[in-house]
Ligand binder design. Structure first.
Ligand SMILES: [Zn+2]
Length: 93
């Protein structure tokens, strides 16, 4: 999570430099999204999910399953791999 900016303290005022910078970058971002959608999205929209499955498998193989913190009831926590996330990672890798 990024730190809230110094100017608006995360409120997002109209003079916030971070907000103005994001707004200025927005048209180029939309152009890129449109180009990507035309390049890669048409097959998917027509029902060909082979690229989607290949990329999802690559992404799942390269990341750790999610970790969860579970309260012990005495103010302490134990940390472990989320079994649901581990199962989904195995199924979709
Ligand atoms: Zn700001």
């Amino acid at each position: 999570m990024p730190e809230p900016c110094q100017t608006c303290k995360g409120v997002g005022s109209l003079t916030c430099p971070a907000l103005l910078e994001a707004e200025a970058a927005f048209p180029a971002l939309v152009e890129r999204i449109l180009a990507d959608l035309e390049s890669y999205g048409l097959g998917f929209l027509r029902g060909d999910v082979s690229d989607f499955r290949r990329v999802r498998a690559e992404t799942n193989r390269s990341r750790e399953p999610y970790w969860i913190r579970t309260p012990n009831g005495d103010g302490t926590y134990r940390t472990g791999i989320d079994p649901v996330s581990a199962e989904l990672k195995a199924r979709f890798s």
